[in-house]
Design a protein around this ligand. Structure first.
Ligand SMILES: [Zn+2]
Length: 59
């Protein structure tokens, strides 16, 4: 899975099972390069990128 922000391939899955997410066969992904957190959702048969946390720009 490529990062939709920077295209890096080091994204990792975040464990969301302890959180309050309900509809979850779509795990959160976090980019190891820019810090973007997103998930991929299916909507009307198409994939949709849902940005959870914006990329970490200031560091
Ligand atoms: Zn990224």
């Amino acid at each position: 899975m490529k990062c939709p922000n920077c295209g890096d391939r080091t994204a990792v899955d975040l464990d969301t099972h302890s959180g309050g997410f309900s509809s979850d066969d779509s795990p959160l992904k976090e980019c190891g390069a820019c810090g973007l957190v997103w998930r991929v959702m299916m909507e009307h048969g198409k994939t949709k990128i849902d940005i959870i946390k914006q990329a970490d720009t200031k560091k």
